[in-house]
Design a binder for this molecule. Structure first.
Ligand SMILES: NC(=O)c1ccc[n+]([C@@H]2O[C@H](COP(=O)([O-])OP(=O)(O)OC[C@H]3O[C@@H](n4cnc5c(N)ncnc54)[C@H](OP(=O)(O)O)[C@@H]3O)[C@@H](O)[C@H]2O)c1
Length: 278
């Protein structure tokens, strides 16, 4: 079975992340002809009909992909919920917003699914975690196929594990980008041009990840193969390994992100608990 978008699919918001997902689907040959982007700016998206309000979107959606910022949820949900029927699957990429909070906003939905993608989905080398408490097997199969066209995809057993995946993979490209920039800066400090330093830093990270992925070698083994005893790399590794300074630094960054995720989840929960106007 080829992966297909449910017909019709509404993409509500199409900025960095949903734009990257659409790029990935387009290059995977997914048929986007029945999809509609709904966004206030009306900024066109290549190959996808773009409108500025739900009334222009056509038939009620079989799937809605929520692609706006978590802070916008309570501005957007009441208007959108009117179009969400018992045939609509709501897929949310909103970081930190839990399935129960989404169910509260979209009580009629056939299923609530959380997806946690990362930016390389645009070139189909992404990571996508999926979670749902109420999707049936056939829907899980359909969505699994759709999202694995974007790279490595997996269903997570619970939301804690989805958050863990998000803190490593969702945010990861930002951390890796900083690491590549730091490696490039060190190259520049040692006399390389900015352009060459950037290229070799990114090719080094890409090549190392590719090597690990194709040979299944552990990172420890790869490091050992580069660092001969008492050699230059070993001297460098001794700095990174001293008091596990690199592990600690990354651990602190991930903890800070997780704290912010918990705050966003708490805000979404509180708003869900607030009394509603009829
Ligand atoms: N960026 C990442 O790497 C990443 C990774 C995992 C998850 N996420 C999640 O992805 C979501 C989007 O992040 P982003 O980085 O893509 O944000 P973004 O680039 O700022 O895009 C936000 C989108 O929301 C749209 N929007 C704003 N108000 C709206 C409304 N009233 N109705 C419909 N659409 C509306 C905007 O439309 P206009 O363009 O028309 O203004 C824009 O397309 C967030 O919830 C984030 O947690 C992001």
């Amino acid at each position: 079975m080829t992966a297909q978008l449910p017909v019709p699919t509404w993409l509500v918001g199409c900025g960095n992340m949903t734009g990257a997902i659409v790029d990935g689907w387009r290059s995977a040959g997914i048929d986007l002809s029945s999809a509609v982007v709904v966004r206030p700016s009306g900024t066109p998206v290549q190959g996808v009909r773009t409108v500025t309000n739900y009334a222009q979107s056509g038939n009620p959606p079989a799937m809605v992909l929520l692609g706006f910022k978590p802070q916008k949820l309570d501005e957007i949900a009441p208007g959108l919920a009117r179009w969400v029927t018992s045939k609509t699957v709501v897929v949310s990429i909103l970081a930190g917003v839990e399935a129960d909070s989404l169910r509260d906003r979209f009580p009629n939905a056939r299923a609530i699914v959380r997806a946690m993608p990362n930016l390389p989905v645009a070139i189909r080398r992404g990571v996508v975690g999926l979670y749902s408490a109420d999707a049936d097997e056939s829907l899980r199969g359909q969505l699994g196929e759709l999202f694995t066209t974007l790279g490595f995809g997996m269903w997570m057993a619970d939301e804690a594990r989805l958050s863990a995946l998000g803190s490593v993979a969702g945010a990861g490209p930002a951390y890796v980008a900083r690491f590549i920039a730091a490696l490039a800066k060190a190259g520049e400090d040692r006399g390389l041009s900015a352009e060459i330093a950037q290229t070799i830093a990114q090719e080094t990270v890409l090549g190392t990840a590719w090597l690990a992925s194709t040979t299944r070698e552990s990172m420890g083994d790869i490091a050992r193969r580069v660092a001969s005893p008492n050699g230059t790399t070993e001297a460098g590794l001794a700095v990174l390994d001293h008091d596990q300074v690199l592990d600690q630094l990354i651990g602190l960054a991930i903890e800070a992100a997780a704290r912010r995720g918990a705050e966003l989840a708490g805000e979404a929960r509180q708003l869900a608990d607030a009394p509603r106007l009829p």
